[in-house]
Design a protein around this ligand. Structure first.
Ligand SMILES: Cc1ncc(COP(=O)(O)O)c(C=O)c1O
Length: 439
């Protein structure tokens, strides 16, 4: 870390000077997550275009992070830039619908199969709103999540298993009520635990990713998701599938690729090409019960929606993403290069006899510090090594490649080139060799 930190700083005198100036932001950055990177001071970005991100010192990096999925279809995709440029001078937000919005509704129906949709501003919001509706239509208070999950700033999901018992996540700040009163948590891939937790028929909704992507990557065992669907249906529990990350699987997400049948579906991050927006969809059955409940309530203050949700600018962007960016051709390119990336990493791991593995979910690739793939989050968390991750990530930055600061997640976008993938594999080889030599 010391050697790589020095090298990072030497290449960035302007950024270092800028980062040391007081700027009015708490902790020096507009979002404290920006301190989660392993660099000695924040990268200050001048420009991001396609698969390249350039800092104010002129260092160009091949981006494999894409703002942790928000720019998964490349930075500033052409059709999105054109759409929002057209919309910019025609009104950005007015709390009224547009022709773009109508087109988006139809595009979402066609692509994901669910008949009803709403737009929110972040995936966190979409999950929160979907959970509210789930509770309302089932008349049940509890929510069930998977251990090691992340669904955004959603209170219900800030629970974890400690020695098999549900507890509030230790990192959560300012939590006034005990979340385990209304949230249950089980290990991913553990059907008996799920069945036991649903048996009392007091859970409104299971909220889950179809594969865990936020504690390293954990894939579902064959048949597991079908069993989850059966167990939820048998107990009158709704199933919310959050595809915010697993949309890497293909143009219709993991659900479309594997025939899942969620009652509620959430997709945030890249859906508007990098502008803040998310969508949530639901079945006729949910819509019918929700409409009935709305009719019994006074208007307003429903706890659903925010003022800037579904603004005209993000709807214009979403229309462009759904019709011109998120195409089968774009996914075919991402898939092929992610496959190349994953094979390259496997080659390096094998040749250096590292007890690590690599997994891939379409355009998303993850390496982890254990020989065998994980079956649940507890295994993934036990294998986590923050210091090693930081050293590798910083070493990769110094060799021209940026990967996600959270665990070892890498994404390939439609503009990623073979040369960039090979550069990342080569950088990984150099960095791991250096670490090997020093250990
Ligand atoms: C699966 C999943 N859902 C929801 C979110 C929350 O997204 P946002 O921070 O944009 O609200 C994340 C963020 O990483 C995520 O991984």
């Amino acid at each position: 870390m010391a050697v790589e930190s020095q090298r990072f700083a030497t290449l960035r005198p302007r950024s270092q000077a800028a980062a040391s100036r007081p700027d009015g932001f708490y902790a020096g950055v507009p979002l404290h997550w920006m301190l989660d990177w392993p660099m000695p001071f924040p990268l200050i970005i001048d420009c991001a275009q396609g698969s390249v991100i350039t800092d104010i010192d002129g260092n160009a990096l091949a981006d494999f992070c894409f703002g942790d999925t928000g720019s998964m279809f490349g930075h500033s995709p052409g059709p999105v830039v054109q759409a929002i440029t057209r919309q910019l001078a025609r009104g950005m937000t007015h709390m009224l619908t547009t022709e773009d919005a109508m087109a988006v509704g139809e595009l979402l129906q066609q692509r994901f199969g669910l008949p009803h949709w709403q737009v929110a501003t972040t995936a966190s919001d979409a999950n929160r709103f979907a959970l509210r509706v789930a509770r309302a239509v089932t008349g049940r208070d509890n929510v069930l999540v998977m251990n090691g999950c992340y669904h955004g700033a959603v209170d219900e999901s800030y629970v974890t298993l400690l020695d098999g018992k549900a507890v509030n996540r230790p990192g959560v700040i300012g939590q006034a009520v005990d979340l385990t009163q209304t949230s249950k948590v089980v290990e991913f891939n553990d059907l008996p635990a799920l069945e036991a937790a649903l048996a009392a028929r007091d859970v409104a909704c299971v909220m889950m990713e179809p594969a865990l992507t936020n504690c390293s990557m954990v894939l579902p065992r064959p048949g597991y998701l079908a069993q989850v669907r059966r167990a939820t249906r048998d107990t009158g529990t709704l199933l919310l599938i959050d595809e915010t990350h697993t949309i890497s699987t293909g143009p219709r997400g993991y659900s479309g690729a594997h025939g899942l049948e969620p009652d509620l579906f959430v997709l945030g991050k890249p859906i508007a090409g990098g502008l803040p927006a998310s969508v949530w969809g639901f079945t006729d059955a949910v819509a019918e019960r929700w409409t009935h409940i709305r009719a019994t309530k006074p208007a307003g203050h429903s706890g659903l929606g925010t003022t800037l949700s579904a603004n005209a600018l993000s709807l214009a962007a979403m229309r462009a993403v759904l019709s011109e960016v998120m195409t089968p051709e774009a996914y075919a390119h991402m898939d092929a290069l992610a496959q190349r990336l994953s094979e390259g990493f496997e080659r390096v791991i094998r040749s250096q006899r590292l007890p690590w593995h690599v997994l891939r979910l379409g355009a998303r690739v993850e390496f982890a510090f254990s020989a065998a793939a994980f079956t649940n989050a507890s295994e993934a968390i036990a294998a986590h090594d923050g210091a090693l991750e930081n050293a590798i990530h910083l070493g990769l930055v110094n060799r021209g490649c940026l990967i996600t600061p959270f665990h070892n997640m890498m994404l390939v976008c439609p503009q990623t080139t073979t040369e960039q993938v090979d550069r990342l594999v080569q950088a990984f080889e150099q960095v791991t060799r250096l670490l090997h030599a020093r250990s």
